[in-house]
Design a protein. Structure first.
Length: 600
């Protein structure tokens, strides 16, 4: 670490690039070895504070104490108390991190007994975390002759055809493989092996002698597989007890199952793997090597489709870039079905119910789990199709009301109807329920709505005017409600996030025609009652009394016209006037007798 951050600037490197590189080295060191996130963020930007890898605990104590004769013995006692406090409060990961610092700090002189006690305590903490492999490295032996390895770590059965298939899928990159290691303090990582993936390496991985990681990218930035890595976050690992972590893993499995199901509906089959440590891997395999850019797009669109991850967890995709990163970060992944060295648990492919699949190695010979570039592109296109018709709310809609015809306003408000119309135009096909929604929304608009129904259905290959007219049926059809639309097109309304909100209104219910505001009133009961009252009125005979009324009407009309002329003269040729409470304007109702209104 010290050598890396003291390295001089490269010849073709600016000061800014140099600072960023050093900060990146320090950040990588912290992320990998340091679980304690309580340090100030400024430290990673100030590499001088990390000149010696990590500032010694002794120096920190001296800086914080005005007494220059600070006792090393006192320091060790405080560290021991601090570690015990972390353990007592359940902050196991922080305690592990602190012990590692004590054991690796050259400034803190530990006797053999003290070092042994710290390593023993570290091993016991690993046991609490289920990291049996790390515990063994710290000298914690199995009790009563029992093996600390998981009970389902039996060596898998495989044949020559399995080896051939795995080498075809995971060894096509012809890149060097990496072995997982774990040191005497339980720290782990991957070191390069001497060669590429071969028969010997693969067998050693399966039987548990080594655990391998393979390259994701081929030489042409292509890949034979894609992976979504689902893990519990470090923060949750540090601040959660065993029961809470187990609950998180269950929810993480539900997330993995949901992702696989979404892909299945799009024609892509995935396999869930219990990674053996923090979470799950969802694998997708391909018949041929595909471009990393396409696979990355597929994986990112898929997890976006799956909504937000479970709180306290995170998702990561492989490949993460369309080209192999120069620093090789996120360019390797652990080979399936190996034993994780931290906890000695074998990873395994699992069913949607969460049970291990015994013949996991043989799954790769099943053609159903392989996809083509065309299938990935179709899946991405189908998922993005919904985004094309997602809600587009324009802030000035109310100001443009007069410029919009009813159908334009309806399509702008109702995502479902807009989507169905576009689908008919693009795919030339609608399901029965989609046709039912078209009828249920548009027919109540009368002749204009019926005409639009024919216009939409004409795009379908099986359109028939006669059948469509028969399908329309009753002319007094009430508009279909939003609840009913969600019921019969739940797959579509969920994708479009259909959730229109209408104000409660007497004798009305939520339906797409409510987007038209007052342009359409579907309260049939009210209009029907009005019609009935008109029909029940008794005809009045024309007689002298009506003649008198008509004469009075003409006189009043003349007076009103005269009053209107007076208003015009007071306006002095203007068409409106400010009355304080509002603008007086002519609404053009009658060419002779104007109906004056006050618009507030």
């Amino acid at each position: 670490m010290k050598n890396k951050i003291e390295r001089e600037t490269y010849d073709d490197e600016s000061e800014e690039e140099y600072s960023k590189r050093i900060a990146s080295v320090i950040r990588g060191w912290k992320n990998y070895f340091d679980n304690d996130r309580s340090d100030d963020n400024d430290k990673e930007n100030n590499y001088e504070a990390y000149n010696n890898g990590a500032e010694s605990l002794k120096s920190t104590a001296l800086d914080n104490n005005s007494n220059s004769n600070y006792s090393i013995t006192r320091l060790k006692e405080e560290l021991f108390d601090e570690i015990n406090t972390l353990i007592d409060t359940g902050r196991t990961v922080h305690a592990v991190s602190k012990i590692k610092k004590v054991l690796t700090d050259d400034e803190i002189e530990l006797s053999n007994t003290e070092r042994s006690n710290y390593k023993n305590k570290l091993g016991q903490l690993y046991i609490l975390q289920g990291m049996y492999g790390a515990a063994e490295k710290c000298g914690i032996k199995p009790e009563d002759g029992k093996n600390l390895r998981s009970s389902f770590n039996n060596e898998p059965v495989f044949g020559n055809d399995d080896i051939k298939k795995w080498l075809e899928v995971f060894g096509f990159t012809k890149d060097r493989v990496y072995r997982q290691y774990i040191d005497k303090m339980g720290r782990h990582g991957y070191k390069p092996a001497s060669g590429v993936l071969n028969c010997k390496y693969l067998k050693e991985h399966w039987i548990g002698r080594h655990t391998l990681a393979v390259s994701v990218y081929g030489k042409e930035n292509n890949v034979r597989f894609g992976v979504i890595d689902l893990d519990v976050s470090r923060k949750m690992l540090d601040n959660s007890n065993a029961d809470k972590l187990e609950e998180l893993r269950k929810r993480l499995l539900d997330d993995a199952i949901n992702i696989v199901e979404i892909a299945h509906q799009a024609g892509i089959e995935g396999i869930i793997e219990n990674s053996g440590y923090k979470g799950y891997h969802v694998w997708f395999f391909f018949y041929n090597a595909l471009s990393a850019e396409l696979v990355k797009s597929f994986l990112q669109t898929l997890i976006k489709k799956a909504k937000e991850p479970v709180p306290g967890t995170h998702r990561e995709v492989f490949p993460a870039n369309k080209e192999k990163p120069l620093d090789r970060l996120n360019s390797r992944i652990k080979l399936p079905l190996g034993i994780h060295r931290l906890n000695n648990r074998r990873s395994c492919f699992i069913s949607p119910e969460g049970t291990a699949i015994k013949a996991g190695i043989q799954l790769l010979k099943n053609r159903v789990y392989y996809s083509t570039a065309k299938q990935l592109k179709n899946a991405v296109a189908s998922w993005n199709m919904y985004n094309e018709y997602s809600k587009i709310r324009k802030s000035n809609t109310e100001n443009r009301t007069d410029e919009l015809v009813l159908l334009d306003k309806l399509y702008e408000g109702c995502d479902v109807l807009r989507y169905i119309k576009k689908k008919a135009e693009n795919e030339k096909f609608l399901t029965h329920y989609e046709r039912t929604v078209v009828r249920g929304v548009l027919q109540p608009l009368g002749s204009e709505g019926v005409q639009e129904i024919h216009s939409i259905l004409k795009n379908c290959d099986n359109y028939s005017k006669k059948v469509t007219d028969s399908f329309l049926g009753n002319k007094n059809y009430k508009p279909m409600g939003c609840a009913r639309i969600k019921e019969i097109l739940n797959y579509l309304t969920a994708e479009l996030e259909c959730n229109c909100k209408f104000k409660p209104k007497k004798n009305d219910y939520s339906n797409p025609l409510r987007h038209l505001n007052n342009h359409y009133n579907h309260d049939r009961r009210k209009s029907k009652n009005i019609n009935e009252k008109v029909e029940k009125k008794t005809p009045i005979n024309v007689n002298a009394e009506i003649s008198q009324l008509l004469s009075e009407y003409r006189d009043l009309r003349k007076q009103l016209i005269n009053k209107q002329k007076q208003i015009y003269s007071m306006l002095e040729g203007n068409s409106f006037a400010d009355l304080g409470v509002g603008i007086l304007k002519n609404d053009g109702h009658d060419k002779e007798l104007k109906r004056w209104i006050i618009e507030i």
